[in-house]
Design a binder for this molecule. Structure first.
Ligand code: KG4
Ligand code: ZN
Length: 361
């Protein structure tokens, strides 16, 4: 058994390790921070494979159960990594480094990916690269669309990262120089969607369902409050409470209120979440003067947000970018790509590096 203090340092290429096999740089990325087990191979910054195993076991509990997530990662990690290598026609011997999500996330889930990454790096005598999940979400914007890979933002760009665990506005000056300029003080945007859905009796994760019902609803039918948070901060807990009281009041008058008005309720909730997000993004763009603006994270899948983001960008003269869907939700391609940029900077971690549930950037 490995004890962290006894592990050797991650080798530096061309120094104490196996020499590079080719002029290409092959990075294996591993993501296991929450309930997706994912692996990807990236060659010279180009994504060759992107495999994700989603864990359905959590649906019946209304949220991710950490212990079940760790166990599912243990079951999934070997076939997922194997598949990512096969699809990219890469063998372990071709790898130049292994990148993995070190933070933030569920500690047991992070540990599975980290130990697996360490084992491969140690066995192959190649560098280990620890990646911050939120940095990777932002850099997913540098994976251009399949048909136009050159269409990516130039530096500096702004990124609104909206996921189940985070809501951040980030200024990105280079792949390794990112600064969080605004974030939520309580719930994340994805949580706001999921908790609202739960109040409406929808199953977890409810974000995509609210999106679907909202498409045929009237967003102006009900009005929910916009929180008064100074600067670039976000807050969604007040909105959740307002929705709870609204539903309690209306169902007291009509027990079938939710089922009879579901599309309009969903559209109104979604509309408010979107206006909260975009009003802060507009403020960030006007404060920084940056006109290249990106979305990232699972909530970037939301059709209403994508449309409103594009319209806002058009009216304010922004150049807007949204990664392909597979790179918005949790994936390992973003980890492999971030690993590639870190590799170029020789930003390696010792094999003794530990995971962290909520490390600051
Ligand atoms: O980035 P992600 O896949 O995982 C985290 O790192 O959290 O984001 C998951 C979140 C969940 O809260 C889910 O409900 C939300 O993204 N989400 C959506 C949509 N698709 C996923 N929220 C609103 N509309 C969607 N279409
Ligand atoms: Zn994420």
């Amino acid at each position: 058994m490995w004890l962290s203090g006894q592990l050797p340092d991650s080798p530096i290429p061309g120094y104490l390790c196996t020499p590079l096999k080719s002029t290409s740089i092959n990075i294996l990325g591993i993501e296991s921070s929450c309930d997706e087990t994912a692996a990807s191979v990236c060659r010279d910054g180009k994504i060759l494979s992107n495999v994700v195993a989603t864990q359905d076991v959590h649906g019946r509990y209304g949220g991710v159960v950490p212990e079940l997530a760790s166990r599912a990662h243990l079951q999934n990690i070997l076939p997922v990594v194997d598949q990512a290598l096969k699809l990219s026609q890469t063998s372990l011997a071709d790898l130049d480094a292994v990148a993995f999500t070190r933070s933030p996330g569920l500690i047991g889930s992070l540990l599975v990916g980290a130990q697996f990454a360490k084992s491969i790096a140690f066995a192959q005598n190649i560098p280990l690269i620890a990646v911050h999940h939120m940095q990777a979400h932002v850099l997913a914007n540098l994976i251009g669309p399949k048909d136009h890979p050159e269409v990516i933002p130039s530096f500096p760009f702004l990124c609104l990262t909206v996921s189940g665990g985070h809501t951040q506005i980030v200024v990105c000056h280079s792949p390794e120089d990112l600064k969080v300029i605004g974030e939520t003080t309580d719930d994340a945007a994805g949580e706001a969607f999921d908790k609202s859905a739960k109040l409406l009796g929808l199953p977890y994760p409810g974000g995509p369902l609210i999106d679907r019902y909202a498409q045929s609803g009237d967003a102006a039918r009900y009005t929910f409050p916009e929180p008064k948070i100074p600067g670039l901060g976000f807050s969604f807990s007040g909105l959740k409470t307002a929705i709870l009281y609204f539903i309690q009041n209306e169902t007291a008058k009509n027990p079938d209120f939710v089922t009879q008005n579901l599309p309009d309720i969903c559209a109104s909730i979604q509309g408010r979440i979107i206006s909260i997000l975009l009003n802060k993004l507009k403020l960030a763009a006007s404060q920084t003067g940056i006109r290249q603006v990106c979305l990232a994270g699972g909530v970037a899948a939301n059709k209403g947000l994508r449309k409103a983001f594009a319209e806002t960008g058009k009216s304010l003269g922004w150049k807007t970018f949204i990664p392909e869907m597979a790179y918005c939700t949790d994936n390992a391609a973003m980890i492999a790509l971030t690993g590639y940029y870190k590799y170029l900077e020789q930003d390696f971690s010792p094999y003794s590096v530990t995971v962290n549930a909520r490390a600051a950037w």
